[in-house]
Ligand binder design. Structure first.
Ligand SMILES: Nc1ncnc2c1ncn2[C@@H]1O[C@H](COP(=O)(O)OP(=O)(O)O)[C@@H](O)[C@H]1O
Ligand SMILES: [Mg+2]
Length: 332
């Protein structure tokens, strides 16, 4: 999903159609030719939206298709510990990626269904609406169900019955790779974000093995620090099933700058983890914003678009894209 090749292709299309930079700027609604010129020269870091405008201006109708044809990046937010910020991050980073112009699917793989509830009130989710059907449904039809549409994203929701997967999957031959197989069939997404339950059970393994990359949320407290060896051991096990699984980012969460425990943990984690994967700028502890957004059933950037919490989420989303080698930045 690197965008470098896309720019060359679009430029070639412009040249082949005999369009000047001025004509492209005019068609895209830009003030002058310097914007398309900078995109072509790659001395700017264009947003996906700018690229889309350029693509429309040169008549590249299949531009989105050309991104679509590359397989999606599947990000599982893994940490066996609960309360570390997995579900919040999937909701908010997923939303931010959608805002940047990416097509996003969220998968709630936790029977507690926090992600599902935090994105709106779903009272009547059936087991068939969840990923259950993709892993334990009819043998010859192991596909994800039709997603729900929430805040510009798609969502495979969850409900309590999904807990059955932890009980039933160990009895299924090659069961742990079923979600990975089902995702191969889900076309049309740039990013798929999976929110697993806080455990080392089958659902968490199924979700992690389906990923191309793991994002590991870590809070700046004792729980965060003490959990790292177990996280790394689990990653080692997941790699036995999916050797190319990459650790994309340690997402530092719930940082309370006023306490020495948090300050010390932040230093310790940053030093200790950077050899394994990039370590994000911390998301700060903001109980009010997180509680209220959850109660409203909204992602933080919807609930409080110009707040500090939303700003931090943009920062870590950009860091995540950089870690993934995707060359776009956030449009201010
Ligand atoms: N940066 C933060 N500041 C304050 N509260 C947070 C923050 N991130 C998450 N929370 C809250 O902490 C709790 C656990 O977060 P959650 O995302 O559910 O973690 P997990 O999915 O790992 O269990 C939730 O109530 C959530 O609203
Ligand atoms: Mg959770």
């Amino acid at each position: 999903m690197k965008l470098d090749g896309v720019v060359s292709e679009l430029k070639a299309l412009r040249v082949s159609k005999g369009l000047t930079l001025d004509e492209v700027a005019k068609a895209a609604g830009w003030a002058n030719a310097s914007i398309p010129a900078r995109i072509e020269a790659r001395d700017s870091n264009p947003t996906l939206r700018s690229l889309q405008r350029y693509a429309e201006a040169v008549g590249a109708r299949d531009f989105r298709l050309s991104l679509r044809s590359s397989s999606p990046t599947v990000l599982t937010f893994f940490n066996h510990a609960g309360g570390v910020g997995k579900t919040s991050a999937v909701r908010d980073i997923g939303y931010t990626l959608m805002q940047m112009g990416f097509r996003v699917l969220l998968i709630d793989a936790d029977p507690q269904a926090s992600l599902t509830r935090w994105l709106g009130a779903f009272n009547d989710i059936k087991l068939d609406d969840t990923l259950y059907s993709a892993v334990l449904g009819e043998e010859d039809d192991l596909r994800l169900p039709q997603p729900h549409h929430v805040y510009g994203m798609d969502l495979i929701p969850s409900q309590m019955g999904l807990a059955k997967v932890d009980l039933q999957l160990p009895g299924v031959m090659m069961g742990l790779t079923r979600l990975k197989e089902a995702l191969v069939q889900s076309q049309g997404y740039d990013f798929i974000l999976i929110d697993p339950p806080p455990s080392l059970g089958s659902l968490a393994a199924l979700a992690s093995i389906a990923a191309t990359h793991l994002v590991v949320p870590v809070p700046t407290n004792n729980k965060g620090v003490e959990g790292i060896p177990t996280v790394m051991d689990a990653v080692k096990q997941f790699r036995r099933a999916t050797p190319k699984l990459q650790l994309a980012l340690f997402l530092v969460s719930q940082y309370d700058a006023r306490t020495t425990v948090d300050q010390d943990s932040l230093v310790y984690l940053s030093e200790r983890l950077k050899a394994l994967a990039p370590v994000s700028t911390p998301l700060r502890l903001r109980p009010g914003a997180y509680k209220r957004a959850a109660l409203q059933g909204q992602p933080i950037p919807v609930y409080e678009p110009s707040g500090k919490a939303a700003e931090e989420i943009q920062t870590v989303t950009t860091e995540l894209l950089t870690a993934l080698g995707v060359n776009v930045h956030v449009e201010k």
